[in-house]
Design a protein around this ligand. Structure first.
Ligand code: GLV
Ligand code: MN
Ligand code: MN
Length: 412
C-alpha cells in the first residue's frame, strides 16, 4: 500500500492553522468561524479527490467515492475536526485526513471498490459547545432525537437550532437519523490518547470495545455569609461539602473493584467566589467512565448516595443533573478480523486495546458493525497543544485503514 506521507503531513499542518488559538495550540469549537473555515477547506480537499458531498441537517458531512455496486450499503470511515480549547492537531484529524488519504491511496493505486466508500466528518464530537459530546453521531444513531434542537444549548444559552441555523445548517433534525445497516461497516482511526501502544512499541491498536461515559452536574446549595461574622458551628458551607464529596467520588471509583472505573471532577464553580464570603453554592461537573455499563451505573448510584449523605450531615440542598449515561460499545468481530488481516498484510505488529475516550464510533455502533484503529501518541498525551503522533505511525494507520476499507468494500 503506497501512501503520500508528504501530502498528508502537509494537510495536517495546514488544518492546524485554522484555529482560534496561537500555534501550536488548536482551538476549533463547532460552528465557530474556524470550524466553518475548516469544513470549507476539507470540502475542497475532498472535491479535489473527486468525491461527492452530502451534508445533513446538523452538519455531519459525507464524502462519497462511488463503487461499482451503489445499490449495496457503503462502507464508511471518519471522525471529527472540532477541537477543544487549547488542543493539539491530531485528535479526530488523524481519522478524517487519514481517511481521506486512505481513499486517495486506494484510488491512485487503481483499486475499484464494489461497495461505495464514504468519509464522514461528524459534527461536535467534543462537548465544548453543547455540554454533551458526539452530537452528530448521537443524532445519526437515534440516541439523541429531534427535540435536541431545543434542549441542547450552547454556553451562551442559544439553542442548537439557533446555532446551527446561523452556521448555515438547517432542515429537520429528525432526518439526520440512519437505520442500523445503513452502512455495511464503519471503521474510525484515531490516536490512542493513552500510553499503552507507545510504551509497548506497537504501532497499531485494534479497539475491541469503547468505555461507557457518563457526565453529570452536582449542585450544592448551602448558606452564604460573612467570612468573619458567621462562626463555624453555624455554617453550611457549600464548598466544604463539595470538597468532601470530591474525595468520596474519587473513593467510589477507586473501590469499584476494577481499574476500568474512572471518575473525574473537572469543574468546580464556586459562588459567589469572594475570599471573605462563605460559599453558598457550588456546581461540580463530573465525568465517570467504565468498560462495564452496570458497574458504571452502580458507581453512579454510590455517588448519588454519598451526595445525599453529605447533604444531610451538613444540612444543605443538593441536586444532580445527568447529561448522559451511555452504554459501552463493542466492536464487530468481522471488522476486527479485517483490521487484523490488514496489519498482517502490512507486516505491522498490533495488539487488542480498549478505547478509554469516547468516540463517534461509540454511537456509530448503532448504525453499522464498527471497530476502531488506534495509533500511538507521544507520552499518551492528548487534549493538549503538545499532542503528537509521528508521521510513521500515522502512515501505518492509513495503510491499515486503506486495506481494511478495501476488504470491507467487497460485495461478499
Ligand atoms: C472525548 O474527547 C472524550 O472526552 O473522551
Ligand atoms: Mn477529543
Ligand atoms: Mn477524538
Amino acid at each position: 500500500m503506497k501512501v503520500d506521507a508528504e501530502r498528508l503531513g502537509h494537510e495536517i499542518d495546514e488544518l492546524a492553522t485554522i484555529s482560534a488559538a496561537r500555534p501550536p495550540a488548536v482551538t476549533r469549537v463547532v460552528f465557530t468561524e474556524e470550524d466553518l473555515r475548516a469544513r470549507a477547506w476539507l470540502k475542497q480537499r475532498c472535491a479535489d479527490a473527486g468525491m461527492a458531498v452530502r451534508v445533513d441537517a446538523v452538519g455531519n458531512t459525507f464524502f462519497r467515492w462511488e463503487g461499482s455496486r451503489p445499490d449495496l450499503p457503503a462502507v464508511a470511515t471518519g471522525s471529527h475536526i472540532d477541537a477543544i480549547p487549547n488542543a493539539g492537531r491530531f485528535d479526530g484529524v488523524v481519522g478524517v485526513l487519514g481517511g481521506l488519504e486512505a481513499i486517495r491511496s486506494l484510488r491512485e493505486g487503481g483499486f475499484q471498490p464494489e461497495r461505495s466508500i464514504e468519509l464522514i466528518q461528524f459534527t461536535a464530537e467534543e462537548p465544548t459547545r453543547f455540554g454533551v459530546g458526539c452530537v452528530g453521531s448521537r443524532l445519526l444513531a437515534g440516541v439523541l432525537n429531534a427535540d435536541a434542537d431545543e434542549k441542547l444549548r450552547g454556553g451562551d444559552g442559544e439553542t442548537l437550532r439557533a446555532v446551527r441555523t446561523k452556521a448555515g445548517f438547517d432542515g429537520d433534525l429528525a432526518t439526520v437519523r440512519l437505520p442500523y445497516g445503513y452502512y455495511a461497516a464503519f471503521v474510525e482511526s484515531h490516536i490512542e490518547q493513552g500510553p499503552i501502544l507507545e510504551r509497548e512499541g506497537i504501532p497499531i491498536g485494534i479497539v475491541t470495545n469503547i468505555v461507557g461515559p457518563s457526565s453529570f452536574f452536582i449542585t450544592i446549595d448551602g448558606e452564604g455569609g460573612h467570612a468573619g461574622g458567621v462562626l463555624m458551628p453555624d455554617r453550611h458551607d457549600a464548598l466544604c461539602a463539595a470538597a468532601e464529596l470530591i474525595v468520596r467520588i474519587e473513593g467510589t471509583a477507586r473501590q469499584s473493584g476494577s481499574t476500568d472505573t474512572v471518575a473525574t471532577v473537572g469543574i468546580c464553580e464556586v459562588h459567589p467566589g469572594a475570599i471573605n464570603s462563605i460559599p453558598s453554592r457550588v456546581k461540580l461537573g463530573v465525568d465517570l467512565r467504565d468498560t462495564d455499563g452496570k458497574r458504571r451505573d452502580r458507581v453512579l448510584n454510590e455517588i448519588r448516595n454519598a451526595t445525599e449523605e453529605i447533604a444531610q450531615q451538613r444540612q444543605l440542598q443538593t441536586s444532580i443533573q445527568v447529561l448522559n449515561a451511555d452504554e459501552p460499545a463493542t466492536s464487530s468481530p468481522q471488522v476486527l478480523a479485517a483490521i487484523a488481516r490488514s496489519c498482517l498484510e502490512e507486516g505491522l505488529e498490533s495488539r487488542r486495546i480498549v478505547a478509554r475516550a469516547y468516540h463517534d464510533s461509540s454511537f456509530m455502533v448503532h448504525v453499522a458493525p464498527m471497530a476502531m484503529i488506534f495509533i500511538p501518541c507521544r507520552g499518551g498525551v492528548s487534549h493538549r497543544p503538545d499532542e503528537h503522533a509521528t508521521m510513521e505511525h500515522i502512515v501505518a494507520g492509513v495503510k491499515v485503514l486503506a486495506r481494511t476499507l478495501a476488504e470491507l468494500s467487497s460485495a461478499h
